[in-house]
Design a binder for this molecule. Structure first.
Ligand code: ZN
Length: 330
C-alpha cells in the first residue's frame, strides 16, 4: 500500500508499509490479544502507529473485553435509550449513573459489570418505568414529557392499569365537574377508611359515592372527581377493583378477604399521614365526616335501601355511569 506517515526516526513524512500483527495488551488488569495494524517506515524500518491505527486498536481491545465479559455495547445502549426517547444526560440521571456516563459509554468507554447489568435491565419498559418514577423529578420537564409519551406506547399490566385509571374523561356531569385524578381518589379512599375504621368493602365504596354526591349537592363539585357506575349492589367507583388494588399497593388501604366472599378494608400505613396533609379542604372534610357519622353504623341493608332510593340510582341504567346532576332530587 502506498501510504505516508510522519516517521519520528527520520523526522519527516516518509512512505510507510502497513502491516498487521497480533499484539497483547493489558486492559483492566487482564491480557487482551487483538490484531494490531501498524506502519513501518520504508526508509529506516521504524515501527509506528498513526492516530487512526492507535484508535482502532483501542476500539478492538474494548470490543474484545466487552465480548469476553458479555457487557452491553455502545449501540445496545443507544438503542435502549432511544426506545424511551431519552437524551444521554436524562437517561444517565434516571439510571443513577450521573450526567456524562452514558455519553462516555456510547463513545466506546467500557461499562463496569454492575452498570452493564443495570443498563440492560432498563431495556425492560416496566423496569425502566419504575426507575423513571423514582427519579423523574431530577430531569427537566421537556425530557420528562417526552419519556412519558414513549412509555405510554409499552403496554405492561401496571401501565395499562394507569392508563385506564387516569384518562377517563374531562370534568363534566359524570365527574362532578372535577378532573379525575387517581392519586386524589386513592387518598380519598384512604382518608375515608381512617375515619370509618375497619369497614366492609361495599360500604366503603358506597360511602365514597355518598360523600361525592352530598358534596355535589352542596357545592356543585365533587370531592374526588371520580365517576361512579350503577351496579346491582350499589353505586361503585369506576374500575374500583384496580383502584382498590392500587390504593393498597400505595399503602392507603389494607383489605382482608373472607371465605364468604366479603372483604373488609382498613386504613393503610400511608392513610394516617393524610390527616396531616392538606389534601382536602375544610368543606370537603366536613362532608366526609357528616356522611360517615350518618352511615358508618348503619346496616348493609339500610345503606343499600338508601342508595337504591336515590334519583341517581333510579334514573340510571344498569352498569352505566351515574350523572352527578341527578344528585339534585326533583
Ligand atoms: Zn524512518
Amino acid at each position: 500500500m502506498n501510504r505516508k506517515a510522519l516517521c519520528p526516526q527520520c523526522g519527516k513524512v516518509q512512505p510507510v508499509e502497513v502491516v498487521a500483527r497480533e499484539e497483547t495488551y493489558t486492559f483492566r488488569g487482564e491480557s487482551v490479544t487483538v490484531p494490531h495494524e501498524l506502519s513501518v517506515c520504508t526508509v529506516c524500518g521504524e515501527e509506528l502507529s498513526t492516530a487512526v491505527q492507535a484508535q482502532q486498536s483501542l476500539t478492538d481491545i474494548r470490543e474484545s473485553y466487552r465480548k469476553k465479559h458479555d457487557l452491553v455495547t455502545p449501540s445496545e445502549i443507544r438503542s435502549i435509550r432511544e426506545s424511551y426517547g431519552a437524551g444521554q444526560k436524562p437517561f444517565g440521571i434516571i439510571l443513577g449513573l450521573g450526567e456524562s456516563t452514558i455519553n462516555t459509554y456510547e463513545q466506546g468507554e467500557v461499562p463496569t459489570a454492575a452498570n452493564s447489568v443495570l443498563i440492560r435491565a432498563a431495556g425492560d419498559p416496566a423496569t425502566f418505568k419504575k426507575m423513571f418514577l423514582q427519579r423523574q423529578h431530577l430531569i427537566g420537564p421537556t425530557q420528562r414529557k417526552k419519556i412519558e409519551n414513549h412509555l405510554e406506547a409499552y403496554p405492561s399490566p401496571y401501565m395499562l392499569e394507569e392508563k385506564m385509571l387516569s384518562v377517563h374523561e374531562n370534568p363534566g356531569e359524570y365527574t362532578g365537574f372535577r378532573k379525575p385524578d387517581v392519586q386524589r381518589m386513592e387518598e380519598f379512599l384512604g382518608y375515608i377508611s381512617v375515619q370509618t375504621g375497619k369497614v366492609y368493602k361495599t360500604k366503603l365504596l358506597k360511602i365514597a359515592f355518598l360523600v361525592d354526591y352530598e358534596h355535589f349537592q352542596r357545592y356543585t363539585v365533587s370531592v374526588s372527581g371520580w365517576p361512579y357506575a350503577r351496579l346491582p349492589y350499589g353505586p361503585v367507583p369506576q374500575e374500583y377493583k384496580m383502584l382498590l388494588e392500587r390504593a393498597e399497593r400505595n399503602g392507603f388501604i389494607e383489605t382482608r378477604d373472607y371465605d364468604d366472599g366479603t372483604s373488609t378494608i382498613e386504613a393503610g400505613v400511608c392513610a394516617q399521614k393524610l390527616l396531616k396533609k392538606n389534601s382536602f379542604s375544610d368543606d370537603e372534610i366536613e362532608t366526609i365526616k357528616k356522611v360517615i357519622n350518618r352511615w358508618n353504623k348503619a346496616t348493609a341493608q339500610e345503606l343499600s335501601d338508601y342508595t337504591h332510593s336515590l334519583r341517581g340510582w333510579k334514573e340510571t341504567e344498569h352498569a352505566r355511569k351515574i350523572s352527578y346532576s341527578l344528585a339534585f332530587e326533583e
